[in-house]
Ligand binder design. Sequence first.
Ligand code: SF4
Length: 213
Amino acid sequence: MTARRPAAKVPFVLDFLGRAYPEAGILLAYRNPFQLLVATVLAAQCTDERVNRVTPGLFRDYPDPRALAAAPQEAVEEVVRPTGFYRNKAKAIRGLAAAIEARHGGSVPGTMESLTELPGVGRKTASILLGACFGACALPVDTHVGRVSYRLGLTASKDPVKIEQDLAAAVPKEKWWEFATRLGWHGRRICVARRPKCSECGLASVCPKNGVR
Ligand code: SF4
């Protein structure tokens, strides 16, 4: 089965992912788009679990963009310190909050263009927001989605933008969000970065990298 054209294996992959990870979704805890946006920034180089331990206190003290934008840098640094790179992250989320307040009256915008115009917000983060909070057909390519897609032969690229284009061409649009979130879960649980668990993998029969180290 490994000789299939890349797009030909997509129905098999979708079917497997649907059975294996029916509940897949965003692991970051959030109650509104602002909280998810901030949590996504804090999740860079950090686990979602650690971010989820920090954000309740952060949003209790600074519940909206106006409050976070006005917060002292040092105070925010102290709260987000456990997520690593805390000085840069504190600066980034304060700047993001200020831009949302100034440009959008405190409401996170709901388009790719306006989201990616916010400081520090790239395509991946914008796609997460659009899919999770605005019900859009979004295809966020994070490190896990990129890695598993490459190993499965769904893309020959390691560039997230090109990977997104390849996946968007191969996966039906209405399935983009579930595909990305479920493939991400597979990457976290089975097709991990080092020593993927190929012997436990339900996609092994269609994977050119099955057993390859
Ligand atoms: S067979 Fe191995 S490399 Fe291929 S998707 Fe499964 S875990 Fe990843």
